[in-house]
Design a protein around this ligand. Structure first.
Ligand SMILES: Cc1cc2nc3c(=O)[nH]c(=O)nc-3n(C[C@H](O)[C@H](O)[C@H](O)COP(=O)(O)OP(=O)(O)OC[C@H]3O[C@@H](n4cnc5c(N)ncnc54)[C@H](O)[C@@H]3O)c2cc1C
Length: 452
């Protein structure tokens, strides 16, 4: 049976509008939209729908900019998971963030602790040690991580971006070999696509994978690889040097750290995300078994495209959560009644309007995000909408960070300012996982081809 949320979403798609009036359920539907089966189901599930809508409405009435928009609902298990994770992060992660920012990396021991607590790879099936949870668990992890004031412990990258390639495309043997370690935190993963000459244009990839018999020989280099230093296992995109058709030239391979011919470069010094170990990777006659290929030879481009929807959605979650946190911190600052000429800062019309505008934008971002999470969890193709959300929320978070920093005045440029780290960190969101310009290209392409 469909969940309440799925059932309501189906009705919405048919143009059916349901609302509550006291304890009554009111329904407006276009002619012919409600079949007799749907009418029966609606009548049978009336009390369940009523309570769902009432709960969502009460959530909306008292809403502040940082509450759920009331679109996405969490089960009791998920709420308990969030509480447990929040408590763990407060104790084990947030207090270490400053130190990790200085060191430019997080210790691997914390990955293992997260794994022991069941916070890694929540989507991986229980067969391989995971929770087998739906995408809401990933949303919870991404949101709670954004409260830790650092980005080094890249759980979302590991659990929701890299590991899904293994779970969905690796052979059974590779899954049994690697997935339990990914879940326990023994294995930290990275995905290596970008090269010095190939970022937005992945067909510019020149790292070669020459399949000879049962061996693959890899040559080339990658740059800006997150978890680059800590990674034990890398999903590598490389091209077949003999391929004639570009779209069939890319394949994905699993390469273990320590394989002869695979070297990690130094940690790259970045303007933000300091605790994130971003590095170059070098491959020189690096030999791996052909069995380490994910999926069919030449299917790399399709696999990358298929997984980008989830990757970009995780960026949207992070962008919205970071914007919320920045505004929340700025409001706490304003509540201290910062004196300025003519009264307190929070009474200044310029500041009040800025706060109102930012809260509105964040709310819009959250509502869009929650809708997309539901669509994604229900396996709809929402590539265009996620591209819209990726570019808009990334730019929105950047705007919010900038305006809030101004509100802090001269404190805003001091390292001790509580939002300065996030101000730096949000700057990368419009760049990774597809730049804002590339998102706009996807949106325009989709809209224009739809019209013609
Ligand atoms: C913090 C961080 C972490 C990262 N982690 C990883 C990782 O783990 N793995 C990985 O593989 N990569 C990673 N990347 C790389 C990231 O995915 C690339 O930076 C991104 O794809 C953009 O590529 P580029 O930097 O080569 O820019 P380019 O593609 O060279 O683009 C330069 C500029 O030109 C614009 N542009 C390019 N093409 C077009 C076009 N067709 N139309 C209009 N404008 C265009 C871009 O929008 C941009 O403004 C990371 C990047 C950052 C910043």
């Amino acid at each position: 049976m469909k969940t309440t949320e799925q059932f309501l979403s189906n009705l919405r798609n048919l143009g059916v509008n349901l609302r509550t009036e006291g304890n009554e359920l009111r329904c407006q539907a276009p002619k012919g939209a409600l079949t007799s089966d749907l009418r029966t189901e609606l009548a049978e599930r009336k009390s369940e729908i009523l309570s769902f809508l009432q709960k969502a409405a009460s959530c909306k009435q008292g809403a502040s900019f940082q509450d759920s928009a009331g679109i996405l609902q969490y089960s009791e298990d998920q709420q308990e998971f969030r509480e447990r994770l929040r408590t763990f992060l407060k104790k084990e992660v947030t207090p270490c963030a400053d130190q990790w920012e200085k060191e430019g990396i997080v210790p691997k021991s914390v990955w293992k602790k997260m794994g022991q607590e069941g916070f890694l790879c929540t989507g991986v099936s229980s067969e391989y040690g995971g929770l087998g949870g739906d995408f809401r668990y990933s949303v919870i992890v991404a949101e709670e991580m954004s409260r830790t004031n650092h980005t080094g412990l890249a759980l979302t990258l590991h659990s929701d971006i890299v590991v899904p390639y293994i779970e969905d495309y690796a052979s059974e043997e590779l899954k049994r070999k690697y997935l339990p370690g990914c879940v326990s935190g023994e294995i930290v993963t990275a995905v290596a696509i970008t090269e010095p000459g190939a970022g937005s244009d992945i067909f510019g990839i020149s790292t070669s994978a020459d399949e000879q018999g049962e061996t693959v020989i890899i040559n080339g280099s990658k740059t800006l690889i997150s978890n680059g230093i800590n990674a034990d296992l890398v999903v590598l995109a490389a091209q077949n040097p003999y391929a004639e058709e570009k779209s069939l030239s890319l394949s994905l391979y699993l390469v273990e750290a320590g394989t002869p011919g695979f070297e990690k470069g130094d940690r790259l010094k970045k303007m933000g995300m300091h605790s994130q170990d971003t590095a170059e990777l070098f491959f020189s006659d690096c030999r791996i078994p052909k069995a380490n290929r994910l999926g069919e030879k030449g299917a790399g481009f399709c696999m990358l495209m298929e997984k980008l929807q989830q990757e970009r959605l995780t960026c949207v979650i992070t962008a919205v959560a970071m914007a919320e946190r920045i505004l929340e911190t700025t409001l706490a600052h304003l509540k201290q009644e910062v004196p300025v000429s003519g009264g307190s800062l929070s009474n200044s019309q310029a500041v009040r309007f800025a706060i109102a505008e930012m809260a509105t934008e964040i709310r819009l971002g959250r509502a869009f995000l929650e809708k997309l999470v539901i669509d994604h969890a229900e396996k709809r193709n929402v590539v265009t909408e996620i591209s819209m959300a990726k570019y808009w929320t990334a730019e929105m978070a950047k705007r919010v960070a900038d305006r809030c920093l101004d509100i802090f005045g001269n404190t805003g440029i001091l390292e001790e300012c509580p939002i300065v780290r996030t101000w730096r960190d949000v700057r990368a969101i419009p760049i990774f996982a597809g730049t804002s310009e590339i998102m706009k290209n996807i949106i325009a392409e989709s809209i224009l081809s739809f019209k013609s």
